[in-house]
Design a protein around this ligand. Structure first.
Ligand code: F6R
Length: 585
């Protein structure tokens, strides 16, 4: 969370940083700010809320050296005082931070004893003062201060004395590139899109110093080292809504193209063949992710255990990491992450590496930390996903895991029905207005299903919660009667996924149970399925392979959440309290 964009360039650096910061808003939008080095010293401008609040200032200011930040609040409420950048009390340094300083309370007390009273509630300001109080050059100050900080960080610091920007990181991303606008330091290479041919991922033991026209990298002993650049890759038309009002709608409507791309990229089997050896001689598979990606892991675990005769289980990264997991060299870790930067997921990869276990990334962002850390990768080819709620990336993740399981089951498996999936997905990008109005008027909604459908229930409910702020619960249909059914009242909407044919009758029994308690039942099922007349129906094209039907079933529910959010007057792209990339634990 939090986005950093910094530039040492020409006088228009504030404007260029603003443009970069807009691209980073997916990382948080509680507040935004920039610090400019001017003849008068360091000038700070920050505002609560969206990056656009900086526009007038950025376009009417001039400076060659700028650091800027968009915040997802961790420590301290999202107000102007807590917004970044922070300026040191001696006015010599200004700092922006992405991450969490875990020992900030203890450090704050020590600073207070020395008479340094921070003005904000943030851990970031404490880190700044710890750096500022060190002796020596700015490089020495940073080097020594880092030894005192526990936690994660990407810092960018303006040093007034050397007229330079310093960059360092630990467990938070930070990239640097020589762009047509100057030398830029940023949280994501999307900021360099069409401005640079290559970039460098700042390494955890490096300190970067950028001054006019010069980029220097030092190792932990402050010895200057050479820089290795990586060729820029196409990161898509990230800022382009292609005529849609919201990225989320654009991204849902892109799903048929994403499916087509995945099926065609995976058809020649080269990508999968590269990872097949990972499955040799293993005793169990652990799939790890967070939120929507965790749901994809559940899906993957079910698919893989149906074709391999071994234990396959899905875990929430933040739980797994602290659960004393049993990992051996015969355990395969599969890490699912759209962004490839989720701190909890990355933390789990380290556990696997320590035990010498194999690691496989299933991700959408190929320049991400997850790809750098894992032994192998399965790209999901969803294209840049900007809407905070994951839509096309989820469909892409489960489709890739499905294709993997098919190949592992039978290496000669030919994709036939899969070739029709893109066209079939076009038919499900619609939702009945009556259903939208019913959900809009409800204060709670249940999503139920069995088998794969129970996973879709979790994901459908998560979408509604996160962007429409309606209490929504996803539940296995068979488990409902063991307690949760007590919450069903007259008029409570219950959305029932029913794609698993062998479980259909049992799922219908759950419909009857909730219906007789007054629920309004909405069934997500194949077009030709017979259901009671009083039930609403969300129709799916029939698939011979019901796993494919189940992949399609989430799409209309993503659209439902979108329409409900929009209809209630919210911004589905920027749900409250959330950020697209969760780079703190
Ligand atoms: C929900 C959503 C989140 C993410 C989660 C993990 O719509 O998008 O739950 O799935 O934060 O993010 P990644 O996939 O980037 O690791």
């Amino acid at each position: 969370m939090c986005g950093i964009a910094c530039l040492v360039g020409n006088k228009r650096a504030p404007e260029e940083c603003y443009n970069a910061l807009e691209k980073l808003e997916y990382r948080g939008y509680d507040s935004a700010g920039m610090a400019l080095l001017t003849k008068e010293g360091i000038v700070i401008h920050k505002k609560q809320g969206r990056v656009e609040n900086l526009k007038d200032f950025a376009f009417n200011s001039s400076s060659n050296i700028v650091i800027s930040h968009t915040r997802w609040a961790t420590h301290g409420e999202p107000n102007e005082i807590n917004a970044h950048p922070h300026i040191s009390q001696n006015k010599e340094l200004a700092l922006v931070h992405n991450g969490i300083i875990e020992n900030y309370k203890e450090l704050k007390e020590k600073l207070k004893e020395k008479g340094v009273n921070p003005v904000s509630q943030t851990d970031s300001e404490i880190a700044l003062e710890i750096i500022a109080e060190e002796e020596g050059t700015v490089l020495q100050k940073v080097k020594n201060a880092l030894k005192k900080l526990k936690g994660s960080y990407a810092f960018a610091i303006i040093d007034k004395k050397t007229k330079s920007i310093i960059g360092v990181r630990k467990n938070s991303p930070l990239y640097v590139a020589k762009t047509t606008k100057g030398i830029m330091l940023a949280s994501d290479i999307i900021c360099f899109n069409s401005l640079a041919d290559e970039y460098h991922l700042v390494q955890e033991n490096e300190i970067i110093q950028i001054s006019k026209g010069k980029l220097k990298i030092f190792d932990e002993n402050l010895k200057q080292v050479s820089i290795s650049f990586t060729k820029m890759m196409d990161v898509g038309h990230i800022a382009d809504k292609m005529g849609f009002e919201y990225f989320m709608e654009k991204e849902i409507r892109e799903i048929p193209a994403v499916i087509k791309r995945i099926v065609s990229n995976y058809q020649d089997k080269k990508i999968i063949k590269e990872v097949v050896p990972f499955f040799n001689d293993i005793e169990k598979i652990v799939l790890i992710g967070c939120g929507t990606a965790y749901h994809a892991c559940m899906y993957g675990a079910k698919l893989l255990s149906s074709v391999l005769n071994i234990d396959c289980n899905a875990y929430i990264a933040s739980e797994y990491k602290y659960s004393k997991p049993i990992i051996s060299e015969k355990t395969l870790g599969i890490f699912v992450s759209q962004s490839g930067e989720t701190a909890d997921t990355l933390g789990c990869i380290n556990l696997f590496k320590e035990k010498g276990a194999k690691t496989l990334a299933v991700t959408n962002v190929l320049h991400s930390a997850i790809v750098n850390m894992c032994d192998g990768k399965l790209p999901v080819f969803a294209g840049a996903e900007i809407g905070v709620a994951s839509t096309k990336a989820y469909v892409a993740q489960i489709l890739v895991l499905y294709l993997l399981s098919k190949h592992l089951e039978n290496p000669d498996y030919e994709l036939i029905e899969e070739l029709t999936l893109a066209d079939k997905s076009k038919q499900v990008i619609k939702i009945d207005k009556e259903i939208v109005e019913l959900i809009k008027a409800s204060s709670k909604v249940f999503y139920i299903g069995r088998g794969y459908d129970s996973i879709s229930s979790l994901e459908g409910a998560l979408k509604l919660k996160e962007i429409a702020y309606i209490s929504a619960e996803g539940y296995p249909a068979g488990e409902l009667k063991h307690g949760t059914i007590a919450l069903i009242e007259k008029g409570t909407p219950v959305i029932v996924f029913a794609t698993e044919k062998k479980l259909f009758e049992k799922t219908m029994s759950a419909c009857e149970e909730v219906c007789s308690r007054g629920a309004k039942v909405i069934v997500v099922c194949a077009k030709d399925t017979k259901i009671r007349d009083e039930f609403y129906k969300i129709e799916l094209p029939s698939c011979e392979n019901e796993e494919l039907e189940s992949i399609l079933s989430i799409i209309p529910l993503q659209l439902l959440a979108f329409e409900v959010s929009k209809g209630l007057g919210y911004n589905p792209d920027k749900p409250r309290n959330l950020a697209k990339s969760v780079t703190v634990e």
